[in-house]
Design a protein. Structure first.
Length: 167
């Protein structure tokens, strides 16, 4: 018997799991529409801090983070859509996922480190609220989002320095 996050694999609602994973991965794919064209041109020309990771890092880290987000979303969704706290938590999750996408539009699409910084600070706050709400419903779901907020914390610092270095 395979166990997954304290669930029997036979109890997994595969449609909800796949939907949760696909929704999160699509946020990254849609964000990449704005990100990818700007990387070799606008972004390459920016002054960056010494601690900026190599470009390939982002294409490895983000799909993993979207996977973890999808798993967390599934766990919360499985607790029961009929419960108010699940609906609220999933609504806030949806907001942070939209803000995640919006950051790509602000920073890369509009080529604005300032607007990106404003957007990512708001995103960080909404991720924090999401973690608290998810944790109250499922400890595992809340913990799955910790790498995400850590990476967005790093991205916020990086965005700040890019803004400062490119007046």
């Amino acid at each position: 018997m395979v166990r997954w996050f304290c669930l029997d694999a036979r109890d997994v609602d595969w449609k909800k799991l796949i939907a949760s994973l696909v929704i999160c991965q699509f946020a990254g794919i849609f964000g990449a529409i704005f990100t990818t064209p700007a990387i070799p041109t606008w972004y390459a020309a920016l002054e960056k801090p010494f601690f900026v990771p190599p470009s390939w890092t982002f294409s490895v880290v983000w799909p993993i983070l979207y996977l973890l987000m999808g798993l967390a979303l599934y766990i919360v969704w499985e607790k029961g859509w009929e419960y108010r706290e699940v609906k609220v938590a999933m609504g806030v999750f949806g907001l942070q996922l939209f803000l995640n996408f919006l950051w790509s539009v602000l920073f890369f699409g509009l080529q604005s480190p300032f607007l990106g910084l404003m957007g990512i600070v708001i995103l960080w706050l909404v991720i924090l609220v999401t973690i608290v709400l998810f944790y109250r419903i499922s400890r595992a779901a809340g913990l799955l989002l910790l790498p995400y907020i850590l990476w967005v914390s790093f991205a916020t610092l990086l965005n700040y320095y890019i803004y400062i270095l490119n007046p």
